[in-house]
Design a protein around this ligand. Structure first.
Ligand SMILES: [Zn+2]
Ligand SMILES: [Zn+2]
Length: 238
């Protein structure tokens, strides 16, 4: 009945599709899904398959503060549009599809994790955007079973300038000290395994600082799961 009135639409381009929350074939073909081989730590695609525990040069020289990061797709022109629409466009209908993809890409992270939590927005940003897209993704991922969803595990202690035009070094200092454990979770993270959720992994500066705050609070293991990630961190722009 409902489908006759509101036929299912592709959440990206609004073309009519067979089922709700499904991409149309045109959009589907534009997604550059990440598959092996990738860096065992940060998940960046590698050119050659050097075995399951091979690391990229970046991780070899400067190991991130998180344990592992995995992403569904590469951050390119197509996925940038997809992410921005989701972030600013008040269109939440792709969330279940994105979450399903993320659950698949992050299976090894979610297995055995205790808590799934979003990278927080500063409250002033939350007011202007009305929702935290990372929290919505994390909630959908948790719904399918696995770790418990804790939306307010971390807080953003200060508002940080947008990182769009910043390079790796600038991003690192921009977010330093910007995240802290929410006071009421103090003493609850000892030995816990945590999966942090964000929409895009760029240089990993934000994820790294969140991971540091969680480790300081006693977390045993901090992984990062994102919808998209850049192929070469320094070419990033969001
Ligand atoms: Zn489409
Ligand atoms: Zn790496």
């Amino acid at each position: 009945m409902l489908d006759a009135v509101f036929p299912p639409q592709c959440p990206v381009c609004a073309a009519i599709v067979q089922e709700h929350a499904q991409l149309c074939p045109t959009c589907w073909n534009q997604v550059r899904f990440i598959g092996a081989p990738y860096c065992a730590c940060c998940g960046v695609p590698l050119e050659f398959d050097a075995g399951g525990d091979a690391l990229c040069l970046q991780c070899l020289t400067d190991r991130p503060a998180f344990d592992r990061a995995r992403a569904v797709m590469l951050y390119d022109d197509f996925s940038r549009g997809l992410v921005l629409k989701f972030k600013h466009g008040d269109r939440l209908d792709p969330a279940p599809v994105f979450a399903r993809w993320m659950a698949r890409a992050g299976r090894e992270l979610l297995d055995g994790a205790d808590i799934i939590a979003p990278v927080p927005l500063h409250w002033t940003r939350l007011l202007s955007r009305r929702y935290n897209q990372s929290a919505i993704l994390a909630r959908h991922i948790a719904k399918a079973g696995g770790p418990s969803f804790v939306p307010d595990l971390l807080t953003r202690t200060r508002r940080t300038p947008s990182q769009g035009a910043m390079n790796r070094k600038e991003r690192a200092s921009n977010v330093r000290g910007a995240f802290a454990l929410t006071a009421r979770y103090e003493g609850t993270l000892k030995g816990r395994r945590i999966v942090l959720v964000d929409d895009v992994l760029t240089t990993g500066a934000t994820a790294g600082h969140c991971a540091r705050a969680l480790r300081k609070a006693g977390a045993d293991h901090v992984d990062v799961l994102t919808l998209a990630r850049v192929a070469l961190p320094d070419q990033a722009s969001i």
